[in-house]
Design a protein around this ligand. Structure first.
Ligand code: ADP
Ligand code: MG
Length: 347
């Protein structure tokens, strides 16, 4: 006799609760390890870092940021009483240490860290960044620099003219970094809650973001709503997940020597490459750009999912969807897109 539906539902609920509890315990353990790092423990004791425990009220909010797959920890905290997020990327094992990677290189630890950063992020490595390495605990910064998001946040914080599109890096301790909490995360609820007029500054900020990224040669390869936030005080879009950002040259390097039978084999998350089919090798060429990805993944609605253009008035919807589709298909640049978009909203 098959089990009754009530038993099946109860069993499924029980299993999912158990899995959640296990996940919380695992996360708390990771957090415990992090907090036993001397620098982090110091921040907590001095009261600069406050971490609300999820164990004390696990049944209410299991995780405020449930959809993180690439990071081991994404935890809302208070840093100097500012709402912030504590982050640690999931690394294949643990961070590579200086001791295990320096062997046989006949160089100093400082030079070794500098060279490793240069080898990974070539065009982005600036003089202020190299100088900064010297002033930090080498082993900790070496580990943090293995987390691309930390690299980009540090890089952006050292720019002469700061960019409004990078969240502020507030602090670090050991392997983890602490970043400002961007007030609103983009998702379907965000789209539903905004009128078409309120959505205009968001769309305009995305266009400025692509212009800025062009200027600094950064490619975003994980373009989806919840990897962006909206800061109402600055009226700017901010990039809240930079783990799959690349300087253009580094992204091209990712394509080199990759084997393929079709273009799809040369895609890296949302970044598209091209297959040289006769030679079965990916071309060292990026086949799309940031705006194309934003049009495709953020502006246009996708199957069963809303995009920022979904809230447009009926009379404009068809033309705007077409614009987003064309931009998502062809290599449109931001100034052409802006010229095509402005008249659509002016009418
Ligand atoms: N600085 C931030 N401010 C506000 N929300 C954030 C911030 N960083 C991350 N989040 C939220 O947490 C989610 C997971 O963080 P993310 O860095 O994207 O992790 P993963 O790399 O695992 O995807 C994001 O999609 C976003 O909703
Ligand atoms: Mg993410």
């Amino acid at each position: 006799m098959p089990p009754s539906p009530v038993i099946v539902v109860c069993a499924v609920t029980l299993i999912s609760v158990l899995v959640k509890v296990l996940l919380i315990y695992k996360r708390e353990n990771v957090l415990d390890n992090v907090l036993s790092l001397p620098d982090c423990a110091q921040l907590v004791t001095s009261g600069r870092l406050k971490i609300p425990s999820s164990l004390s009220n696990w049944w209410s909010k299991v995780d405020l940021f449930p959809s993180h797959a690439g990071k081991e920890i994404v935890r809302p905290v208070l840093f100097d009483n500012i709402p912030a997020v504590l982050k640690l990327k999931r690394l294949p094992e643990k961070c590579l240490s200086i001791a295990e990677t320096i062997r046989g290189t006949q160089t100093t630890p400082l030079e070794h860290v500098r060279r490793s950063v240069q080898a990974n992020y070539h065009e982005g490595v600036t003089e202020p960044l190299l100088n900064r390495i010297e002033s930090e605990d080498l082993e900790s910064i070496f580990c943090r620099l293995q987390q691309p998001e930390y690299f980009f946040l540090l890089w952006a914080s050292l720019l002469k003219r700061s960019s409004p599109h990078f969240p502020r890096l507030l602090g670090t301790c050991g392997e983890v970094y602490i970043v400002e909490n961007v007030e609103e995360v983009l998702n379907e609820e965000f789209i539903r809650s905004k009128s078409w007029n309120e959505m205009q500054p968001v769309i305009n900020s995305f266009i400025s973001l692509t212009e800025h990224l062009n200027h600094v040669s950064i490619q975003l390869c994980d373009v989806k709503l919840d990897n962006f936030g909206w800061d109402p005080s600055t009226q700017e879009v901010k990039m809240v997940d930079l783990d799959t950002a690349f300087f253009t040259g580094s992204l091209q390097e990712q394509f080199r020597e990759r084997q393929c039978v079709s273009d799809e084999d040369c895609h890296l998350f949302s970044c598209r490459g091209c297959c040289d089919v006769p030679n079965r090798k990916c071309l060292v060429k990026i086949a799309d750009n940031n705006l194309v990805r934003i049009c495709r993944e953020i502006f246009a609605p996708r199957f069963m999912e809303m995009g920022l253009f979904s809230g447009a008035p009926l009379a404009k919807k068809e033309r705007l969807f077409k614009l987003a589709k064309n931009c998502g298909r062809f290599q449109m640049d931001w100034s052409d897109f802006r010229s095509a978009y402005q008249p659509e909203i002016a009418q």
